[in-house]
Design a protein around this ligand. Structure first.
Ligand code: PLP
Length: 388
């Protein structure tokens, strides 16, 4: 939980500054829009990740929805996404009336590119690779496939803000990307999200959708602004923008401490316990992952359950695997998928056999900025070696 570990004086004074200057909490309430904290936060993010446009909204889920809308996806269009993601990715697709076509994952824990090929149809309009737990999907192959079939790519980089692939920030390799700033992500604004793209049309349409269709027509005051498409209210407020800016002053420190801690733990385990299998961070398409999660690949589901229980007894915590698996694996989402006949099957989990097998036998632990790596290493050795 890197960003949230470091909430402190900087965030507090960023908030106080807003109140000291009149307490304007609404991004469109400024005579000069550039005075808005949300606007400044967008500029910071665009500069940091190296893209032309960034638009802030009030959650990562809203960012997904606005981006998908902005990419022109219509009801009935098919959108390919992986079986391992947070439920939000599927929710955003479903909310817009599009059809979620869910692909299996591979040992990288991200979308299986062969399965993407298998699932493409005439109706496929968009692929959403999800960079889970701070590491990249196989963006090279995904972009090649998308190019061949003329399909758009939206990177769900909610969990990968700060990660680099092929010298580019994750989120900037596809046609658009999104980040989340909820309380568990690399940096946090409490709640918040960002859409990034180099495509002005996508940016414009996503922005309009997030703000009731407002076109921000320069010729008119806001009350007389023009519109030509429906929208909703997914606006970010100034307090979130201010906290986001304060968190951005810590991003380099967050990433470097996290990576240091990850390497410290991994190196120690590799040297002394070769038989602990650490998948994450060592067999992936990475240049630089965020390194906020370490994932262990155990014998089977019951070994994973036991190891997790043992870790908790020692005062450690796990991160989504296994304790929140049902929020992250499509095999548990009949509550939203049952309306689609392809998913109306008795044992939904069997639709994605690789995801089912790998995820149920994995244990993930958070790698924090502030952590006792010695205690963590000891706990891992105690709880995980005895199972292999
Ligand atoms: C957190 C997350 C989201 C949603 O972000 P919120 O800001 O919580 O709405 C979307 N996708 C993934 C993969 C996430 O982890």
């Amino acid at each position: 939980m890197p960003g949230s570990e470091l909430i402190g004086e900087e965030e507090k004074s960023a908030i106080n500054e807003i109140f000291d200057n009149g307490g304007m909490l609404y991004r469109y309430g400024f005579d000069n829009p550039e005075d808005s904290k949300v606007y400044q936060f967008e500029q910071k993010i665009a500069k940091y990740v190296g893209c032309k446009y960034a638009h802030a909204v009030n959650s990562g889920t809203a960012a997904l929805k606005c981006a998908i809308y902005g990419m022109g996806i219509k009801p009935g269009d098919e959108v390919i996404l992986p079986a391992f993601t947070f439920v939000a990715t599927a929710e955003a697709v479903v909310e817009l009336g599009a059809v979620p076509i869910i692909a299996d994952i591979d040992t990288t824990l991200t979308i299986d590119t062969d399965d993407i090929q298998r699932l493409i149809s005439d109706k496929t309009k968009l692929i959403i690779p999800v960079h889970m737990m701070g590491g990249s999907s196989n963006m090279k192959t995904i972009n090649e496939i998308a190019n061949d079939y003329n399909i758009l790519v939206l990177e769900d980089s909610a969990q990968a803000f700060g990660a680099i692939y092929s010298n580019k920030h994750l989120g900037t390799l596809g046609d658009a990307g999104i980040y989340s700033f909820d309380y568990g992500k690399t940096i946090t604004s409490g709640e918040g999200g960002m859409i990034v793209t180099n495509n002005h049309h996508i940016y414009q349409k996503a922005r309009e959708y997030s703000d009731h269709g407002h076109e921000m027509n320069q010729k008119f005051p806001r009350g007389k602004d023009t519109r030509n498409a429906p929208g909703f209210n997914h606006r970010m407020m100034e307090l979130q923008g201010a906290i986001g800016i304060a968190q951005m002053s810590k991003i380099d420190m967050i990433l470097s401490l996290q990576r240091q801690n990850f390497i410290k733990i991994a190196t120690e385990l590799y040297c002394e316990d070769q038989y602990i299998k650490i998948r994450h961070g060592y067999s992936r398409y990475r240049d630089q992952e965020t390194c906020d999660t370490m994932i262990f690949d155990l014998e089977d589901a019951s070994a994973a359950q036991r190891a997790a229980a043992d870790l908790i007894t020692l005062g450690m915590s796990t991160k989504n695997l296994p304790e929140a698996l049902s929020w992250h694996f499509a095999g548990y989402w009949s509550h939203i998928l049952k309306n689609y006949s392809i998913y109306n099957v008795p044992q939904l989990q069997r639709k994605w056999p690789i995801a089912q097998a790998i995820l149920s036998r994995s244990v993930a632990i958070p790698v924090n900025v502030k952590m006792d790596t010695t205690k963590t290493i000891d706990a891992i050795k105690k709880c995980l070696t005895k199972l292999t």
